[in-house]
Design a protein around this ligand. Structure first.
Ligand SMILES: *Cc1c(COP(=O)(O)O)cnc(C)c1O
Length: 396
């Protein structure tokens, strides 16, 4: 069969924006109040209701949320934070910026999730927090992680950036503990930029609320709308990480479609899996063994160079030539230059994270993709593989 490349470039991700989303943002712009206000309150309530968390706060990004959490939990010099290096660098960078140390654990070769056993092995008397990452929208095995942390008096911060709507053993992520989510445009729902913390710790929530807005006892909206004294006092020096209502309105509107967005992602995943099943050398991630609902945030495959006839970087470059975008989620933190030079690990450390770092590739996945788009991606993959192996010269 002759392969015809797509006429238009297919990005690996595109936010799903409805007319209702646009109208929601427009009405904020026309309302006379565009920074933090009723839309932020509505978004916090909506996520709290969905997750079952008693406290929910939104911020300007997931990274900002994580930063304030580190400040609130006293993660600083002398502290160690246990988590995978197979994650987005933002968390690991914050650990360094706060003067603490990352203690990296390896991940499962086929799910990219850190196991409770790996986490337990990495714990020392200096461990202050564990940060499991619900990779790609698959939940970590939280029950054993939570119980070992409880036994040892260590904080657990779930990196749920990919996992709004994910369930673990029938329970929504966020229904227990403390979770950080991202509302960046690549994530399941978006506010343009934004982040969320859900928690069961009311004191922690109060502290985060202050740290989010100059350390004041109330934010600008509460003062403006509820006639509180403009003279509220600084309780402690704080930051400025409050989300504007313009952004929050988009999130409120998107939350209404959360399940529909995840269901479409599930359909796309199944279609990819069926179509890719017969292709040697391209291997999707596996789902975890415990009962769960997967949010299908990313569709990740591994390119096996020895069987596919080309390496991951060439695979991505060749797909781009035929108008298919791909992503890389993620290059493990320990192989980034700064970490290699400043936090070197013994040779052979973190074998699964290193191995996957060289092979993973994110295929296009977003709710507005059509079935034809999915079929076109797989046809393009077949085309690229049919021309491999390539000489190095032919690749450039
Ligand atoms: C996106 C992401 C973050 C950070 O979120 P931002 O909102 O972009 O700051 C943190 N961890 C993981 C795993 C992510 O994918």
């Amino acid at each position: 069969m002759i392969f015809h490349p797509r006429a238009e470039f297919l990005p690996f991700c595109r936010p799903s924006i409805s007319e209702e989303d646009i109208a929601a943002v427009e009405s904020v712009l026309r309302s006379g109040w565009i920074t933090t206000g009723p839309q932020v309150a509505a978004l916090e309530e909506s996520i709290a209701r969905r997750t079952g968390a008693p406290e929910c706060l939104v911020f300007t990004s997931g990274t900002a949320a994580m930063h304030l959490l580190f400040v609130a939990l006293g993660i600083g010099p002398g502290a160690e934070v246990v988590g995978p290096s197979m994650t987005w660098v933002s968390t690991n960078n914050l650990v360094e910026l706060c003067g603490a140390r990352n203690v990296f654990v390896d991940v499962d070769r086929n799910t990219l999730l850190a196991s409770p056993e790996a986490v337990e092995e990495a714990i020392t008397p200096r461990t202050k927090a564990i940060i499991p990452v619900h990779y790609g929208g698959a939940p970590c095995d939280m029950d054993p992680i939570r119980s070992l942390a409880q036994r040892r008096g260590i904080h657990v911060i779930e990196d749920a950036a990919h996992a709004i709507g994910t369930q673990y053993r029938g329970r929504e992520i966020g229904s227990a503990g403390t979770c950080v989510y991202s509302l960046h445009p690549i994530k399941t729902i978006t506010t343009g930029e934004g982040g969320v913390i859900t928690t069961h710790d009311r004191e922690l929530a109060d502290r985060l609320r202050r740290l989010r807005f100059h350390g004041l006892a109330a934010d600008a909206f509460q003062r403006g709308q509820q006639g509180r004294s403009p003279q509220v006092e600084v309780q402690e020096p704080g930051f400025k990480q409050n989300l504007p209502d313009m952004n929050a309105a988009l999130g409120v509107s998107q939350m209404k479609r959360l399940d529909a967005l995840i269901e479409r992602r599930e359909e796309i995943t199944l279609r990819y899996r069926n179509l890719l099943a017969g292709i040697d050398g391209i291997e999707p991630l596996s789902d975890p063994a415990w009962p769960h609902r997967h949010a299908r945030h990313l569709f990740i495959v591994r390119v096996h160079p020895e069987r596919a006839g080309l390496d991951r970087d060439t695979f991505m470059a060749e797909l781009k030539k035929v108008n298919i975008g791909t992503g890389l989620h993620f290059k493990a933190s320990h192989v980034h230059r700064w970490y290699r030079e400043n936090r070197p690990l013994p040779a052979g450390a973190l074998p699964n994270a290193t191995w996957n770092s060289e092979r993973i590739c994110t295929l296009p996945m977003f709710p507005d993709m059509t079935d034809d788009d999915v079929d076109g991606v797989v046809a393009a993959i077949r085309h690229v593989l049919s021309r491999a192996p390539m000489t190095t010269g032919a690749r450039t």
